[in-house]
Write a protein that binds this ligand. Structure first.
Ligand code: NAD
Ligand code: WQD
Length: 339
């Protein structure tokens, strides 16, 4: 069993990962500045696990807090989720993104090195793949120049980590390229809780279903896809959380830096998401077609063979589970953690 520092552990993917870590018997320390989350998620994680974790409210750019954590706790490995993730916002306030995501990551890696902790799992994104690649995307395909600053920060941190592990063989790093995380824990106690108007499809759909938004705008229906709407690889957040545990186990006794795609390998269209959500949950989602959203690609889904083979990870949940669980969370928490 390991003692794991989880940065950004109060967030959507982080909270689900903390729960799986506790359930598997690991010890957890969370560092989160709560800029996009609430401590309530961690209260619920601890209640669900009937176990406690240590929470430190603070910023990954704060070297003093980091040193304090590494001095107080015998950390074996770090799972690094902390960062900003809104694509549109990253175009408006690029420096915030460079500072939180790039400078913040460097600050964390420096503190890890001072503390001689060299095992790391990093949240990357399928957005780092070049647009000319054709799905299914595999890890050997070239990365591109992301069209937005958020994606750029992920690419830069990936490259920094590759160079770091090439220069210093003590590092053992997993770069997980997530596809589209959706869903929530079966209990409906923890889930995705975006501030303001959701940027992503799934929270938008659930907010329409619960009456917080009038209708879904489907961005483009003239793509070269079976029904004309965008195709993505949706992955249940609990499957994604478990991929971190598999990557952690893999890295505990291996050196170097390795990339893994974390997706189901299934391409699902926006209309399929909407229609299946209606069928599974017995609710209607009013919608309209609008223009394409700038920067969107027609199709993006994973070749996940490497993760299945090397990590011994298997996604368990299908689209219907993802949509039922997203709705179960939203229904029980119409205003997220702010109830
Ligand atoms: P989230 O916003 O719910 O979680 C991120 C957490 O990090 C939040 O709790 C936030 O308060 C915290 N945080 C932000 N900046 C911080 C800082 N400087 N110091 C300390 N804490 C800070 O997002 P999420 O969806 O859980 O994403 C987790 C990670 O996965 C992010 O790095 C994100 O870029 C990456 N990712 C997410 C998706 C997705 O679609 N959700 C896809 C690919 C990659
Ligand atoms: C999915 C599909 C939209 C909203 C983004 C980031 C990516 C990663 C995951 C972090 C697309 C369509 C959406 C809406 C719609 N994040 N859509 N109406 O764009 O695949 O990926 O989140 O790393 O970097 O770019 O996800 O959920 O925004 O969109 O029609 O209101 O739904 O056009 O086809 P995306 P998404």
């Amino acid at each position: 069993m390991a003692k794991v520092l989880v940065t950004g552990g109060a967030g959507y993917i982080g909270s689900h990962t903390c729960l799986e870590l506790l359930n598997a018997g690991h010890e957890v320390v969370v560092l989160d500045n709560l800029s996009n989350s609430s401590e309530e998620s961690l209260h619920r994680v601890q209640a669900l696990a009937s176990k406690t974790l240590d929470f430190v409210q603070g910023d990954i750019r704060d070297q003093k807090i980091l040193d304090q954590i590494f001095q107080t706790h015998q950390i074996d490995a770090v799972i690094h989720f902390a960062g900003l993730k809104a694509v549109g916002e990253s175009q408006q306030i690029p420096l915030e993104y460079f500072d939180n995501n790039i400078a913040g990551s460097i600050s964390l890696f420096q503190a890890m090195q001072r503390a001689r902790v060299f095992k790391l799992v990093f949240s990357s994104s399928a957005t780092v793949y070049g647009e000319s690649n054709i799905s299914p995307l595999n890890e050997d395909m070239p990365t591109g120049m992301p069209t937005n600053n958020y994606g750029y920060t992920k690419l830069i941190v990936e490259q920094l980590l590759q160079k770091l592990s090439a220069a210093d063989e003590r590092w053992s790093i997993a770069l997980l390229r997530y596809f589209n995380p959706v869903g929530a824990h079966k209990s409906g106690q923890i889930g995705e809780d975006p501030q303001g108007i959701p940027n992503n499809l799934m929270p938008y759909v659930t907010q329409v279903a619960v009456g917080r938004r009038e209708k879904l705008a489907v961005f483009g229906h003239d793509y070269d896809t079976p029904d004309g709407t965008g195709v993505r690889d949706y992955i249940h957040v609990v499957d994604l959380a478990n991929a971190h545990l598999c990557a952690l186990n893999n890295r505990l006794d291996t050196q170097g830096c390795r990339v893994w795609n974390i997706g189901t390998g299934n391409g699902i269209s926006v209309l399929q998401v909407k229609n299946t959500f209606e069928q599974v949950n017995g609710v209607t989602i009013p919608f309209e077609f609008v223009a394409r959203r700038e920067g969107d690609v027609a199709t993006c889904f994973a070749d996940n063979t490497r993760a299945l083979k090397e990590l011994g990870w298997t996604p368990k949940y299908g689209l219907e589970d993802m949509l039922a669980d997203s709705w179960n969370w939203q229904k029980q928490n119409p205003n997220g953690y702010r109830d």
